[in-house]
Design a protein around this ligand. Sequence first.
Ligand code: OAD
Length: 242
Amino acid sequence: MQLTADQSLMLNYPSIVVLTGAGISAESGIRTFRGSGGLWENHSIEDVATLEGYYRNPALVQAFYNDRRQRLSEVVCNAAHKALSDFEKSFDGEFLLVTQNVDDLHSRAGSQNLIHMHGELYKVSCQDTEQVFEWYDDLTTETLCPCCQMAGNLRPHIVWFGEMPLEMDRIYKALSQCDLFVSIGTSGNVYPAAGFFEEAKAAGAETVELNLEPGTNASRFDRSLSGPATELVPEFFNALLG
Ligand code: OAD
């Protein structure tokens, strides 16, 4: 019996989990975190990415995220974001996209089954009730919270260091059942995301890294391919579809 490309793909990889990091948005013009010109170069992580830093100087932290939120209107999704969304539409198996990015470029490209494990720039939350709101404007220490009407109670809906990333149960469940795990544009420095490939491996999945340069754990992936995401990602996922 002759299998169609779709059927043979389904036999090999009925369940796929993809993890993305800052590298997938780099060619859209969003700075990555580490390396020269990286976002963390001009800022101390303790000041702008921890709850303690926020309590010390909420105005500074809000200005940092206001600036990043504003910049989103100046960028567009690229061929790598689009390739993932196109793949998801054509693929009949289970597909979960987990991103560490707080930009909205995967959503704009049309990805559906998507988890923003480190939060989203276009959302804020109330520090008392933990209610989450879509938010496109600047936040200040004077901004009134829509639920409790308290000034300064809203914070960026961003997972800071020391806080628990979002939807971890759903992510670990998908990792424990996946047959292919693909890591794209992430340096592999920040846990728990940096350990996802191990979870997938333990479940018997094939593990692939697509990155500009090999990441911290490159040698422990089954395959590690180097190059810009806008080239590697469309090539890899088109080849999967045959
Ligand atoms: P990093 O800045 O640590 O790593 C970005 C990776 O993308 C590097 O390995 C680059 O080689 C690669 N890269 C750069 N340009 C690329 C391109 N055009 N195509 C493909 N790859 C490219 O960013 P992340 O690994 O995403 O967390 O960082 C993880 C987390 O650390 C972030 O989500 C953030 C940060 O602290 C929080 O803020 C909680």
